[in-house]
Design a protein. Sequence first.
Lengths: 303, 150
Amino acid sequence: MDTPDSVCRARPLLGTFVEIRCAGATRLAAERAIDAAFAAIAKVHRQMSFHDSDSDVGRLNREACKRSVEVDPWTYNVLEAALELQRQSAGVFDIAVAPALQKLGLLLPDSGDSENGPIETATSDAIELLAGNRVRFHHSATRIDLGGIAKGFAVDRAIEVLREQNQRHGLVNAGGDLAAFGAAAEIVHIRDPRFPHMALCELAIINAALASSGPLLDPFESFDCLGSSTVNPATQEPTTEIVGATVRASSCTIADALTKVVMIIGERAAAILSKYRASALLVRASGEVFMTPGWQDGMRAPA
Amino acid sequence: MTDWIRWTAPAAALISISAPAYAVQYMSAAEAQRAAFPSANLTQVEAGRVWKTSTGGIFVLDHVIGKHLYIDYAVSIEGGRVRRVDILAYRESYGGEVRSPSWLSQFVGKTGASPLKVGSDIRNISGATLSSMHVTEGVKKVLAAYGHTR
């Protein structure tokens, strides 16, 4: 929703473009709220980056298999949410797939890694959360990547900041992982994973979050999709049967993580979706589109 | 367990996101300067591209242009470090017109206060994961070129 006092800004963060829009008492108040919300996202970016060796994730991957490592409370919160989702999904959601992502070129290799050596893998079962925001890995091969959940978490933190700053309505969109609050609905277009310049449908979002997983897309180079960015922990291979999944939930952290579950197990994700009161849309490689009954609330198909 | 509903989208009625264009103007260059250096006087060093403050701050306007994407952005540098990066305009187009001067000229002079009409009914998009790598590389080049400007 646009009003004369609403402000919209965008910055490159979390590997994508993050857009924040809000409206408060004055334009100046909205601009200040947006700056504070971007600061929250920048903090998540800094602490949870896989490639930055000084981030919490970098320190955990380097040291947590030798000794317990203290992390930022936000990183600890994300790890708690990730391990709970791993339990609820019987291991389908797994933040310890980093070695497989590295092998597939979706993450850069560690410095000093041999190029074609066999990859040793461990699951999230080896991760122990200790008191005092400390974390210990009980397997020397454990490497985590929070790319499947941290973007959603960053959106939730930014929304929290906008609310604390008394904004009437707010929207945070981190490259398609988004959340909105306020009286008016935000209309979101869902990109077709097979034809990314087209939208499959529109969805009205009111006080809710939405996240998508699908092909990597770089419109700078082309509109051809670069394949799936989701890896199945059971096979260590990228998903191929499902080419796109979008999940609506009350929190973007949950929506973000559940898109990976839907990408991997498709229709069998119905139970965990209903447990988290989430709804979903998925597109199979065959072109078939499926949705949960709850998805249709707020959906507008092209006329 | 709830049953999934198979949905048959009417193919002819799919909504086009980026033909002719999906475009958003976030800030004008002047707005970006005020946001980055609220109380400083900026002196132009390179016409339309580089400004500096009396306290050593640097403000650089730059753009990256690809096959289907054109992005205007601003980099604010202080003490040889990037302090903030703002996207000024984002333009995505399917037809490949991005490199044509006449296509780009329709956006000239727009400010954050006068939103673009092109694609203005599409505000929020979710779907494939968009990479911001080209802007990140652009920022590195800007820092290397102007990080130590005095």
